[in-house]
Design a protein around this ligand. Structure first.
Ligand code: ATP
Ligand code: MG
Length: 574
């Protein structure tokens, strides 16, 4: 099911189930009325818009209750992690408009977690298993069949301790043994069937180097990290719901170890909400990494990527992303969100934000034959009709202009209100002109369009009473600059690429997701604007200045069209 709740967001929204639960905890005086959350990314890739949903929840909740939200890197798997990702994650959170109180790392707790594991071993609640991962998996059973005890389950405590130390000293090879919690191989929750809590990884860690060879598993790190930091509400996505009893179990066990229990002894409460999934893209970091590594896109910030940095480069504002997250809300049910809804939020946001300029993407010359050859007039163009404070900028009008090729038709149908011989149109911010004809080359292509202007119809002059149906954009040929324009489309050609079990997701990529056009022209004014500036190319769409753009080589990205053309196209194709 695709959710497409396009209704206006009312000013006062009703609280979602997590907000209600948090408010209730505060009312009941739990945690001394404190709210503390965390955003816990694994630094193994760049953040995507799904993470933005979690970020808005974690930071937003803390903000609304004068609490704190910390950034915690869940860095328990050194093989995939890197400081490049740490840096990008910090940049993206701040760009979205949030600020953490402290930065923590799960690796800060490696000693603490080790001590806890040792305490469990000493109590006979954990053991070293020498079976292979396959054997362990085979013995797990199924939700309807109990598992089988490992032959190593009753290993003496001293031996477990000795082997655990060896796991960490480098004497044990990766995969040769693991530490498992000794809980219940017949438990109805599969996660309780003696979960693996430590494994050997010999890859250096991006922060702790070679200090550790034994690394805790996610389930043995997350809850304990929450607890030791004093997190009150541990908000995460629905796939962790089935882990919650184990999360609580380890915290109970941890609190029972006097040397490890914290003074305040807050018990974090885990609550889960649905993931953000978007049509025509994938949200898995593993798949996004594949796209980058195999050069199927141009890096993490490729404007086609659903990453925060990709959207930033494409010209989405942080406000638009947050508005979209707010629109879709938080529920207990997995859903697929329509990317058109995100684009609608972006369009609405850019309408208020973008500077209006002119650009001609498929140019043909327009000669105003009765305009003096050496004359140039300066005219004013309003930067944003939606925002008076945005001011104006100057444009030039002259005899030789550029116009859009498809704005001219020699033999036009009746309803063609653009340039065709004998018809009048207004040139935006300038004059009403009457088309007088065109010149073609040998191949029959139009190379020049001719018109005559009426000096009495200059924009801003008292109304001459003359009505024309079409208004066209244009550029003065001597006062514009060449530009490269990058047009983006859906990254994938199918609605839900993640759900196509039998296909390689690479084969589902849209081969036309990027079209580069190099013979465009834009107003000179744009060369003064900083990279990433939000623009509207009038009558064409919203664009921004690419970060690789220079005044000598201007590059623009199409952020989104003025209207949702895709849904029309896909409907007619069906
Ligand atoms: P992936 O599976 O793509 O690697 P992940 O969930 O492992 O993503 P983490 O870095 O562990 O990525 O995620 C950090 C936080 O962001 C977690 O709390 C996770 O629940 C949340 N998160 C990740 N993906 C989404 C999503 N699509 N929608 C909402 N929250 C998400
Ligand atoms: Mg994860």
């Amino acid at each position: 099911m695709i959710e497409n709740k396009n209704e206006e967001v009312t000013e006062k929204k009703s609280l979602n189930f997590i907000e209600l639960a948090v408010e209730n905890d505060i009312k009941e005086g739990k945690n001394g009325g404190r709210v503390q959350t965390r955003f816990p990314p694994e630094p193994n890739g760049y953040l995507h818009i799904g993470h933005a949903k979690a970020i808005c929840m974690d930071f937003g909740m803390a903000e609304r209750h004068n609490g704190i939200c910390n950034l915690r890197f869940d860095d328990t798997n050194p093989v995939k992690e890197d400081t490049e990702y740490v840096d990008s994650i910090m940049e993206d959170i701040q760009w979205l408009g949030f600020q953490w109180k402290n930065v923590y790392y799960a690796s800060d707790y490696f000693q603490y977690l080790w001590d806890f594991a040792v305490a469990l071993i000493k109590e006979g609640k954990a053991y070293i298993d020498e079976q292979s991962a396959e054997e362990i998996a085979k013995q797990k059973g199924t939700p309807t069949e109990p598992g089988i005890n490992s032959p190593y389950r009753d290993r003496p405590i001293d031996e477990n301790l000795e082997l655990f130390h060896k796991m960490n000293s480098g004497e044990i090879e990766e995969g040769a043994m693991v530490l498992r919690a000794k809980i219940d191989m017949t438990h109805s929750n599969m996660h309780f069937r003696d979960p693996i809590i430590y494994r050997v990884i010999k890859h250096p860690h991006h922060r702790t180097g070679d200090a550790w060879k034994a690394y805790p598993m996610y389930d043995f790190a997350h809850g304990q990290s929450d607890y030791v930091e004093g997190v009150t509400h541990s908000l995460c996505t629905l796939e962790f719901e089935v882990h919650r009893p184990l999360y609580d179990y380890f915290i109970d066990e941890l609190i029972a170890v006097p040397e490890l229990a914290t003074e305040k002894n807050y018990r974090p409460r885990q609550m889960e909400f649905n993931r953000l999934n978007l049509t025509y893209t994938v949200m898995s970091k593993r798949k996004l990494l594949t796209l980058v590594k195999e050069n199927l896109v141009n890096n993490w910030d490729d404007p086609r990527m659903p990453t925060i940095c990709g959207f930033r480069r494409r010209g989405y504002s942080p406000e638009a992303i947050r508005k979209f997250i707010d629109m879709i809300g938080y529920t207990k049910y997995e859903a697929l969100n329509d990317i058109s809804l995100l684009e609608a939020a972006v369009r609405e946001d850019l309408n208020k934000r973008a500077t209006r300029v002119s650009a001609v993407l498929d140019p043909v010359k327009l000669i105003v034959t009765n305009y003096p050859e050496d004359m140039v007039e300066e005219m004013e163009a309003i930067n944003n009709p939606e925002d008076e404070t945005a001011g104006k900028h100057t444009i030039q009008f002259s005899r030789e202009l550029w116009m859009e090729r498809d704005d001219f038709m020699e033999d036009a149908p009746k309803k063609f209100f653009r340039m065709t011989p004998g018809q009048e149109v207004r040139l935006k911010n300038a004059y009403i002109v009457k088309c007088t004809g065109c010149k073609k080359n040998e191949a029959g292509e139009v190379v020049e369009v001719y018109c005559e202007y009426d000096p009495k119809t200059k924009s801003g002059m008292p109304d001459s009473g003359r009505k024309v149906k079409g208004t066209l954009h244009w550029l003065s040929a001597a006062h514009c600059l060449p530009a490269e324009v990058r047009l983006y489309d859906r990254l994938f050609k199918v609605e839900n690429p993640g759900a196509e079990q039998n296909a390689d997701f690479r084969d589902l990529l849209n081969p036309d997701s990027l079209k580069v056009i190099t013979n465009c022209f834009v107003e000179k004014y744009t060369a003064q604007l900083p990279a990433l500036s939000y623009l509207q190319f009038q009558r064409i769409g919203y664009f921004n200045i690419d970060r690789d753009s220079t005044p000598d080589k201007l590059i623009f990205n199409r952020t989104v069209g003025l209207k949702d053309t895709w849904s029309k196209i896909s409907n007619t194709q069906k």
